[in-house]
Design a protein around this ligand. Structure first.
Ligand code: ASP
Length: 358
């Protein structure tokens, strides 16, 4: 039977007779499930501490935004993901994985799980979501996804490719959503170009694991009591031009619903897409009345296995309970969370305990 390695937030109990309530978590993030082993990282001149430090920095910044007056989870998720997109370690924005032709085609999505009374559009006032796919010239795809979510009258939910970028790169939209135009070469880092050069392009034993490390995602629980999820990626390294993964698919790799939880997935997008995994986790909680832990375990157990691990996901519910799940063969997932008091914790490999970052 397919074994699951689901990691749950380590709860700290007080020594008194009654266990202390688990800490409320308000922000969770991942930096991708295709984690390289320590040895593989060393070959790349990298360490897991570098990833953890940048994840912690992004989480702390997102937490600060979450606590600013007037800001919502949308602002916090966008702020957290933007920082990770600007860090070339992760497979999103600056460090994004490239297509087989060495070009960046970026995907991102953001979903606001708010269900009552906050929608501004006429089409579906109760739910907001925005996504972009095949982005080639916008520095921060998560902000582009937000711009789609906040289109007047909720006109569209997803824009694709250079034609979609035309709307996003109009002056008013660029200013309002802090969108910056960059040449595609901005994304083509030496490390990512090496992955697509035929002579360097030897697959590791964990076939394909190098193809997808570093996608980023985040879920916030804000002062409205709403859950917001966002994910951003370059997709799989060496992907065919035009390929779309789970990340920008609402309900595939990104989803949020205030009646259940917010979810961001990372891994082989085709698998998550076929199983509508993010929506599956929400459905298990909403209709199956499962706990967040059971919902995450169950959704991952339904996925087929593959060498190098199919990936993982993070989820956060309205009570501030988080679950971090990984498929059996996944080496790890860069992951972290922030408590309501602002304590930041991170971990990388499947067996790692949480480490507080002060
Ligand atoms: N899920 C992403 C995709 O398939 C890749 C990843 O998570 O690393 O596009």
């Amino acid at each position: 039977m397919f074994r699951i390695a689901t990691l749950l937030v380590a709860l700290v109990f007080s020594p008194s007779f009654a266990p202390a309530a688990p800490p409320k978590i308000v922000l969770v993030a991942h930096g991708g499930a295709g984690v390289l082993t320590a040895e593989e990282l060393k070959k790349e001149g990298l360490t897991k501490e570098q990833f953890e430090a940048n994840l912690a920095k992004a989480l702390a910044a997102g937490y600060a935004v979450l606590n600013e007056k007037g800001k919502t989870g949308v602002d916090a998720v966008e702020a957290t993901v933007r920082i990770l997109e600007d860090c070339d370690l992760f497979n999103a924005g600056k460090g994004a994985a490239l297509t087989s032709e060495g070009k960046a085609e970026l995907d991102a999505a953001i979903v606001d799980g708010t269900m009552i009374g906050s929608g501004e559009g006429k089409r579906d006032p109760r739910k907001r979501a925005g996504a972009v796919t095949g982005i080639t010239e916008i520095k921060n795809p998560i902000s582009a996804a937000r711009a789609v979510m906040e289109m007047p009258n909720q006109k569209h939910a997803m824009l694709a490719g250079p034609r979609g970028e035309e709307y996003l790169l109009t002056p008013d939209v660029m200013i309002k959503f802090r969108l910056e135009r960059v040449p595609n070469s901005y994304f083509q880092t030496e490390r990512r170009l090496r992955q697509v050069r035929p002579k360097d392009n030897k697959q590791t034993k964990r076939d394909g694991a190098d193809a997808r490390f570093g996608t980023v995602g985040c879920v916030a629980l804000d002062s409205r009591g709403s859950l917001v999820a966002g994910t951003s990626t370059g997709g799989l390294a060496r992907k065919l031009p035009g390929r779309v993964g789970d990340t920008p698919m609402i309900g595939g790799g990104t989803y949020a619903d205030d009646r259940a939880c917010g979810v961001s997935c990372t891994g082989t997008g085709e698998v998550f897409l076929r199983h509508a995994t993010a929506a599956d986790v929400v459905g298990r909680m909403r209709h199956g009345k499962q706990t967040i832990t059971d919902a995450v375990n169950g959704a991952i157990a339904d996925l087929p296995d593959e060498d190098g691990g199919v990936g993982g996901l993070i989820a956060l519910d309205k009570e501030g309970r988080a679950a971090f799940g990984m498929s059996a063969k996944s080496v790890g997932m860069y992951r972290g969370y922030v408590t309501a008091e602002g304590k930041v914790f991170v971990a990388t490999y499947a067996g790692d305990g949480w480490r507080e970052v002060k």
